[in-house]
Design a protein around this ligand. Structure first.
Ligand code: NAD
Length: 487
C-alpha cells in the first residue's frame, strides 16, 4: 500500500539523493522503501547510491568549498537567513513530512521545525563573529595572532528521531563557518533531509555546498570516514555506531564530533511538591514517545514523597493519548519500527523478572503494531536493563533514594553522561548536585534546556564535542597561528 502525501508545495517531497545541485538516482538501480511507522504504508523510495557516487559527492563538496569559503561572512549569512525564512514559510509541509516518516505528533513536528530553523538563524549571525585573536608578543618586534578558517568538507551523519533539527544544528554551524557538507540522514527518515536540500537550493546556497547522500549506512559511512578530503565528521546516533565511526576516522585523523546516547537521571528532592515534579517528569519522559536522547530514563525520587509522586505520575500518564501523529489530540506517536517495540517489551520483561512492579501500561490497548503504550515501573534497580540501557521507549522506571549522597552515586552509575534533571528548591542541594553530576548538561527545575545559544553535548560514552552556542561553530573551524616578524 502506498500512501499519498498531500503538501501545499509537492516539490518538497523528493525521492532522490542531492549531489552538486542535482537530484540523483542510484547508478546500480538499488532502492529502499520508506514507510510510515504509524500505518506501515509505503511513503516512497530512496535510491541506494554506489561508492563512486558517494565519492562524487566529495568531489562536488571539494569544488564548492573553494567558492563558499571565499564568500564574505555576511554573504553566507544572507543565504542562511534566506534558508531560515523558507523553513519557516514551509513549516507545515516540513512538519507533515516529518510526522509521516518519523511518527511524532504534528505539534511536536512543528516544534522541531521551529527548533531546527532557530539554529540556522543563530549560526547565520554567529558566522560573522568567528574572530581570531591578537596575542601579546614574546618575540621582539613581532605581531602574533590567530585566524579562524573553515576546516573543509564536513560529513554529517544523523539519526531518525529528530530528522530535521539534527541536520540543521550541524549544517548551519558548518555552512556559517565556510565549510561544505555531505549529509547522510537515517534511511528511516530521509525525506526531511531532502526537503531541507530543496529549500537550501531555493535559498541560493550554491551547488555542491549542501549535499544529501543515501545508501547502505555502513557502506556510505565507511567511504566518508576513509576519505582524506573529508576533514570533519559530525555524528549523532547511538554510542555503538559512534565508536565504530571514530575508529574508521582514525586513519585520516579527522576532526570528529559525536552526539551519542543518553541515560538521563531525573532527580526529585524531598522538598518538591510531588504533583509538580510528576508533571515535569512525564513531560521529560514521553517526548517523541521516549525516543529522545534527553528522555528521563531513570526517575530517582526521595523516599519521603515517592508514593505520592508515583500516584500523580500514573494519573498524568493515563491521560496521554497514543495514536497516529497525523491525528489531533495525540500525545505519543508510534515507535520507529517493530524492533523498537520488541526491545521495549523485553526491557519491561527483564525489569519484571528482576522484581520491578508494573504500575501501569497495558500493551493490549496499543492502537497498532508499532505502538507501545506508556509503562510505569517502580522498584527499578541498577541490575535491570531499564536502568543500564537507554530504553528509547515510553518506559518510565522509578527508584526511591534516601539522601543526596546516595542519589549522586545512583545518577552517575551509568556509562552515559549526556543530560541530567534536578528538581529541588534547596540551593545547597542544587549546587551540590550540579557539581557532582557527571553529565554534559544539567537542567534544574526545567524540562526545556536546549536551544541555539547553549552548548549541547555529553561526557563519558555520550560523546565528544558540543553543538550549539559559540562552541558549536568551533567544531568546524581551524585555528591558524601567525607570527609576523620584523625582517
Ligand atoms: P544509529 O546509531 O543506529 O544511527 C545513526 C546514524 O548512523 C543513521 O544515519 C544510520 O543510518 C547510521 N548508521 C547505522 N548503523 C550504521 C553503521 N553500522 N555504520 C555506519 N552508520 C550507521 O542511531 P539511531 O537509532 O538512528 O538514533 C538513536 C540514537 O541516537 C540514540 O542512541 C540517541 O540517544 C542518539 N541521539 C543522540 C542525540 C544527541 O544529541 N546526543 C540526539 C538524538 C539522538
Amino acid at each position: 500500500m502506498t500512501q499519498s502525501i498531500k503538501l501545499e508545495d509537492p516539490r518538497l517531497f523528493r525521492q532522490h539523493a542531492y549531489i552538486d545541485g542535482k537530484w540523483t538516482y542510484g547508478d546500480g538501480g538499488r532502492d529502499e522503501a520508506v514507510t510510515d511507522p504509524a500505518t506501515g504504508a509505503v511513503l516512497g523510495h530512496i535510491p541506494l547510491l554506489e561508492a563512486d557516487q558517494i565519492r562524487g559527492a566529495v568531489d562536488a563538496a571539494e569544488a564548492a568549498f573553494v567558492h563558499w569559503r571565499a564568500l564574505r561572512a555576511d554573504e553566507r549569512c544572507e543565504r542562511l537567513l534566506a534558508w531560515y525564512d523558507l523553513l519557516q514559510a514551509h513549516r507545515e509541509d516540513l512538519a507533515t513530512i516529518m510526522t509521516l516518516e518519523q511518527g511524532k505528533p504534528m505539534p511536536d513536528a512543528r516544534g522541531e521545525v521551529e527548533y531546527g530553523a532557530s539554529f540556522v538563524r543563530w549560526f547565520a549571525e554567529e558566522g560573522k563573529r568567528t574572530f581570531g585573536e591578537t596575542i601579546p608578543s614574546h618575540i621582539p618586534n613581532a605581531a602574533l595572532g590567530t585566524l579562524k578558517e573553515p576546516v573543509g568538507i564536513a560529513a554529517l551523519i544523523t539519526p531518525w528521531n529528530f530528522p530535521l533539527a539534527m541536520i540543521t544544528r550541524k549544517a548551519a554551524a558548518a555552512l556559517a563557518a565556510g565549510c561544505t557538507v555531505i549529509v547522510k540522514p537515517a534511511n528511516e527518515t530521509p525525506f526531511s533531509a531532502l526537503a531541507l536540500a530543496e529549500l537550501a537550493e531555493r535559498a541560493g546556497i550554491p551547488a555542491g555546498v549542501f549535499n544529501v547522500v543515501l545508501g547502505d549506512p555502513p557502506e556510505v559511512s565507511k567511504i566518508l570516514c576513509a576519505e582524506e578530503r573529508v576533514k570533519a565528521l559530525s555524528f549523532t546516533g547511538s554510542t555503538r555506531v559512534g565508536r565504530l565511526l571514530l575508529e574508521q576516522s582514525a586513519h585520516t585523523v579527522k576532526r570528529v564530533s559525536l552526539e551519542l546516547g543518553g541515560n538521563a537521571p531525573f532527580i526529585v528532592g524531598p522538598d518538591m511538591d510531588p504533583k509538580e515534579a510528576a508533571l515535569a517528569a512525564v513531560a521529560a519522559k514521553f517526548q517523541t514517545a521516549g525516543q529522545d536522547c534527553l528522555a528521563a530514563n531513570r526517575i530517582l525520587v526521595h523516599e519521603s514523597i515517592h508514593d505520592a509522586f508515583v500516584e500523580h505520575f500514573a494519573e498524568r500518564m493515563a491521560a496521554l493519548t497514543v495514536g497516529n501523529g497525523m491525528q489531533s489530540e495525540v500525545d505519543l506517536g508510534p515507535l520507529i519500527h517493530g524492533q523498537a517495540v520488541e526491545k521495549a517489551a523485553s526491557i519491561v520483561d527483564d525489569a519484571l523478572s528482576r522484581g520491578a512492579t508494573l504500575v501501569a501500561g497495558d500493551q493490549n490497548q496499543a492502537p497498532g503494531p508499532n505502538f507501545f503504550m506508556p509503562v510505569l515501573l517502580t522498584g527499578v534497580t541498577p541490575q535491570m536493563q531499564v536502568w543500564r540501557e537507554e530504553n528509547f521507549a515510553p518506559v518510565a522506571g522509578v527508584t526511591a533514594y534516601a539522601d543526596d549522597d546516595q542519589v549522586i552515586e545512583m545518577a552517575n552509575d551509568t556509562e552515559y553522561g549526556l543530560a541530567a534533571y534536578v528538581y529541588t528548591h534547596d540551593i545547597r542541594r542544587i549546587w551540590k548536585l550540579l557539581r557532582a553530576l557527571e553529565f554534559g548538561m544539567v537542567s534544574v527545575n526545567s524540562v526545556k534546556m536546549t536551544g541555539p545559544p547553549v552548548p549541547f553535548g555529553g561526557v563519558k560514552q555520550s560523546g565528544l564535542g558540543r553543538e550549539g552556542g559559540i562552541t558549536g561553530i568551533d567544531e568546524y573551524l581551524e585555528t591558524k597561528y601567525y607570527c609576523l616578524g620584523a625582517l
